[in-house]
Design a protein around this ligand. Structure first.
Ligand SMILES: [Zn+2]
Length: 297
């Protein structure tokens, strides 16, 4: 069988081109392991009043396919939502909210909120730590400050630590985390969350890594030699920064981690592009609803 490398637009349209196809998908996902009424837990239902909704035979509660999911109370059609997700996961540049607003004829706040939801669905489950040879390094990103225009001098540096699997000179999977400083305590976060204890981690000579050898016995330190020893890692940093630059709408540190998560969610599935949308859709169904007020903090 030929495995699809990309989810092309025609395939997308044939799977999710109409509202009823989208609702059917949601229904299949939502009740994949059976139906239980969310009000009274009864397990028998009849057809509800909306497409693919289910009405409890005991209490009469009519549950739509979008209730208790990230598609709850959308301000636009479900088919549009699916297509936006398609653009977000397949577009090289990542489809920022300005672009989405224009392309789908919604206002920017609406597009921004929906993007936040998509990002929530792309957060790491932290269940698949990096293994074998892993290279770790830190870098900085200048984030424009609120109220400042474009290329103002007022940028704040945000520190990030990145870990990438090193597979015969090429990158495997990767994760990154925002850190307060370069102390051992801060650097340890990415080790604890995303790296297997027995991984062969390689860092540069920075003293902050030294105490981590206690928990990560296979950690070795190597002189950077002006980046020569961490070439692959530095290419990844550059690629990430280039992608982030295209995301005009990110503005502050609190949102930056979500963009990092989104980038690496896609990066780690770059060889499974045909199934990436399904993964995001699945997660949208199992994720609790989010509102604008929850987001803007
Ligand atoms: Zn019920």
């Amino acid at each position: 069988m030929k495995i699809l490398k990309e989810l092309d637009r025609d395939t997308f349209k044939s799977r999710f081109g109409t509202k009823s196809l989208c609702y059917q998908f949601l229904s299949d996902q939502k009740w994949s392991s059976g139906y239980n009424c969310i009000k009274c837990d009864h397990n028998k239902y009849s057809r509800g009043s909306q497409t693919c909704s289910r009405r409890c035979r005991k209490c009469g509660y009519d549950e739509s396919t979008t209730t208790n999911t990230l598609f709850h109370k959308l301000k636009f059609g479900i088919d549009k939502a699916f297509e936006m997700l398609y653009e977000i996961v397949t577009s090289k540049k990542g489809a920022n909210s300005i672009w989405l607003a224009e392309r789908f004829g919604v206002n920017q706040k609406t597009a921004w909120l929906f993007r936040q939801k998509a990002q929530a669905a792309m957060q790491s489950s932290e269940q698949h730590p990096l293994e074998n040879e892993v290279h770790v390094d830190e870098f900085e990103i200048g984030t424009p400050q609120k109220g400042e225009q474009g290329r103002s001098k007022s940028t704040k540096k945000v520190r990030v630590v990145l870990a990438v699997e090193h597979r015969e000179g090429k990158a495997g999977r990767a994760y990154a985390k925002i850190i307060e400083d370069y102390s051992s305590k801060s650097l340890k976060v990415i080790f604890d969350t995303h790296i297997k204890e027995d991984a062969f981690v390689v860092s540069d000579g920075w003293s902050g890594y030294k105490p981590l050898k206690e928990e990560f016995p296979n950690l070795t330190q190597r002189l950077s030699n002006n980046g020569e020893n961490f070439k692959m890692l530095h290419i990844q940093i550059r690629n990430f920064k280039n992608w982030l630059r295209g995301m005009h709408s990110y503005c502050s540190k609190e949102f930056l981690q979500k963009y990092i998560n989104e980038y690496f969610f896609r990066f780690n599935r770059r060889n499974h592009r045909a199934s990436i949308l399904d993964k995001v859709l699945e997660r949208c169904v199992s994720h609790q609803p989010m509102t604008y007020n929850m987001m803007k903090s």
